[in-house]
Design a protein around this ligand. Structure first.
Ligand code: BV8
Length: 242
């Protein structure tokens, strides 16, 4: 993959980088995406099951879906794309990774400067007391799982129709406004409010690069749209940044 000279020079001069990732970055780890043709989850349509209403109506079904995803993800590992992003956080004075993924693979790859803006399916939240704690049981011992206080536990993720954490939004908006370069990797750029994050960076004057295997609604206006697999492109991009 040959990057434009303009892009390589642009990266070399950058001290503040933000990266946004979606399900596509985990595809090469064998984790299906939500909306792609390979998406095993299309049978379940995230929009139908990842909602408070679905959980209220049938917590068992929703937890069976998450238990199935947790079992699938537990057998996968971060790919070269996750590893490259983890390495990038040491190359820039200011770096933030904003991931929509709840699979935990960025953390396992070593990323520390990250916002898991849709939560993490390896954490659970008590519906009674609101307490959040890790749960790595694979498979879950009981479905739906319950807290010691007897209340139902839910996955500590942001469902459709739920607001994102104010702190995550504030941290993300500040980084997007101030960054000199934004990389948008492996997202169909349709789920709000993250789908509007590239516009915040553009309004702040950032150079925007997209990496995806197919065009998305932002491909037409970003500075550089790279068509390719993130697991192949990101390691090459990392080399060109050094
Ligand atoms: C909110 C966690 C304020 C759970 C997820 C009506 C009622 C209520 C809300 C709405 C409404 N209409 C619109 C909304 C807003 C809604 C929304 O955006 N809906 C969409 C469907 C239009 N958003 C919300 O509800 C958000 N909250 O707005 O709060 C509010 C409150 C009340 C009422 C109104 C507003 C909350 C959204 C968060 C939902 N939670 N996940 C879980 O995962 O179980 S979203 C889910 O989608 C995942 O997080 C996922 O990451 C995310 C985005 O999808 P992508 O990551 O982009 O994945 P996708 O499969 O789509 O695309 C993969 C891409 O990778 C593709 O482009 C593919 O080409 C590419 N790719 C594939 N392989 C590779 C690759 N690229 C590179 N390399 C490869 N190898």
């Amino acid at each position: 993959m040959v990057f434009s000279q303009k892009m390589i020079e642009r990266f070399r001069g950058v001290s503040r980088l933000v990266v946004i990732t979606g399900a596509g970055i985990s595809a090469e780890s064998g984790v299906p995406t939500f909306r792609g043709s390979d998406g095993l989850w299309r049978r379940y349509r995230a929009e139908d099951l990842a909602t408070p209403q679905a959980f209220q109506g049938n917590p068992r079904l929703v937890w069976e879906w998450y238990d199935w995803r947790r079992r699938l993800i537990s057998g996968k590992k971060p790919n070269a794309g996750h590893m490259a992003i983890a390495a990038m956080e040491h190359l820039f004075e200011e770096f933030l990774l904003i991931t929509q993924n709840v699979d935990g693979l960025h953390r396992r790859a070593g990323s520390t400067k990250l916002v898991e803006i849709h939560g993490n399916l390896w954490r659970v939240r008590c519906m009674g007391e609101g307490k959040v704690f890790p749960n790595n049981e694979v498979p879950l011992k009981e479905i739906p799982p319950r807290c010691e206080c007897e209340a139902l536990l839910r996955p500590d993720v942001v469902w459709f129709g739920e607001s994102l954490s104010e702190k995550d939004l504030a941290d993300s908006h500040m980084a997007l406004r101030e960054c000199e370069c934004l990389m948008v990797v492996g997202t169909s750029a349709v789920v709000q409010p993250v789908a509007s994050f590239p516009t915040i960076a553009r309004n702040g004057g950032a150079f925007i690069v997209e990496i995806n295997v197919e065009p998305t609604p932002i491909s037409g206006w970003v500075d550089q749209s790279i068509l390719g697999k993130s697991g192949e492109i990101l390691p090459q991009l990392l080399e060109s940044m050094k």
